[in-house]
Design a binder for this molecule. Sequence first.
Ligand code: 2BA
Length: 149
Amino acid sequence: MQKLDYLNILESPIQSFLISVEKVAHVQPNNTLEHALLILIKSGYTAIPVLDTDFKLHGLISKAQILDSILGLERIEPERLQTTTVSEVMTTSLARMKNDERFERALSYSINHPFICVENEYGEFLGIITRSKLLAHVNGYLHANKKTK
Ligand code: 2BA
């Protein structure tokens, strides 16, 4: 009985956790680092997705990567913010899933990634799933299960 309960949560679809693309702060590969830094500071997030005009996912850009890229040998070189593009600095190593995949995979990814990018079968970006939403669901599930025992 207990085993079945655990299987249920692991097999839940991920769609209900999705923060949809319209609500996700993002930048484009050819944007300058200055623009990306503005978006990151205004949104308050540490890292955000990089999407092209067709909503294809190219990578992630973070405040730490931008700051690292303007570090000169003896001083910070802020002028590089205007001359360097997001695609030169972003990382392409990220957590990504298809929208028909299950909770189990999202939970494993969330151990090392604060959010997971979700795409449809055509590779179009649909949005993100955050670690906090997944943990809130696990927390609610464990508490509900505890009360019924
Ligand atoms: P972080 O930027 O490291 O943010 C970690 C957590 O800090 C967030 O967790 C949220 O609880 C809080 N937080 C950060 N900035 C905030 C803000 N402007 N307003 C409210 N709360 C804020 P999560 O919400 O679970 O997000 C996990 C990660 O997913 C974030 O990591 C960020 O990289 C990304 N993210 C979340 N929502 C996003 C969105 N709408 N657009 C782009 N990226 C998003």
